[in-house]
Design a protein around this ligand. Sequence first.
Ligand code: ASP
Length: 373
Amino acid sequence: MFARMIQKGKTFVQAALVTFIGLSVAAYPVSAHEWEPRWSLAIHGGAGTITPENLTPELREQYEAALQEALDAGSAVLKDGGSAMDAVKAAIVPLEDNPLFNAGRGAVFTWEGENELDASIMDGRDRSAGAVTGVKSIKNPILLADAVRTESRHVFLSGAGAEEFAAAHSLETAPPEWFATEKRREALERMKARELSALDVDHKFGTVGAVALDLNGNLAAGTSTGGMTGKRWGRIGDSPMIGAGTYADDRSCAVSATGWGEYFIRVGVAQEICTRLRYRFRQEIDAAQATVPKGPEGFPTYIVHASEFRLSTEQVQEEADAVMSEVKELGGDGGIILVTPDGYSLYSFNTAGMYRGRATSAGVNEVAIFAGE
Ligand code: ASP
């Protein structure tokens, strides 16, 4: 065991410590090479009943190309040493502009036949955040959310006020025709005619999102959506809600969600995952510390330092899955993407598929749609 650790690049102290205390927890000591700067990016374009049977090969190709375009845009920023915040915006803008997704252009219709857009963004460095809901003329709501974060004293602006703020900060606007697509209008009409629910007509959530880790070790998350077909009375989903649809904290993770917003709000999904990871990390360190023998005076002979450990990817997945199970138990569905400070990027979803992709400085570059891919 000892030789293997040295081989893997562990420092002597770390290897000796692990051998000494016979560490069995899955959190593992950090090796020297693992400290090298790294970047990581994950994106999504919604989750839902997405199966090979209900997606034609042509449409599948279009989705994959759109996801790859977004992934490339975000990766280019990170490769060049750009910030996680810039990468998240760079990845989300093309998804907002693409009518395939329910965000920006191609957003679903409200009951009244309009497109009302929501977005939020968060910087894990200082947990600064910006969000907008119910905007109708802003071409890229994610950029407005970021302007709220950087140019205002507030976190969350709505409707006419948000549009007024956008005008004062020269955000690009677009006419209603830019956002409206036939496919989404037809979904609203079907819903009204047959008294269906949003889930019956949409079959999938087309919200878009991105999470990133940059070379400086900072995390960011962003989400943008048109909400759910036929929403009314000023309904607001999880996507623009910091803590529900979006959260980033350099100490734990960055999360962006997609799914049945009401359930994600009730569980507080994005923040709940980050909080669980923070405590899980602490628990693992405490468990390791408890196994360190005490000296003659009753004090531990070694103090385990947080910087020597990281959670394993399995542990991170466990926590994300546990939160998604809570959503399911309450009756909701959907998924999340997540990136940790160590560069793990993963998904957790309880639907048949999720439009998704990830790329890392280690050479990962993949897009996927169906579960199990
Ligand atoms: N979460 C979004 C909402 O409830 C919908 C989606 O993910 O597509 O507004």
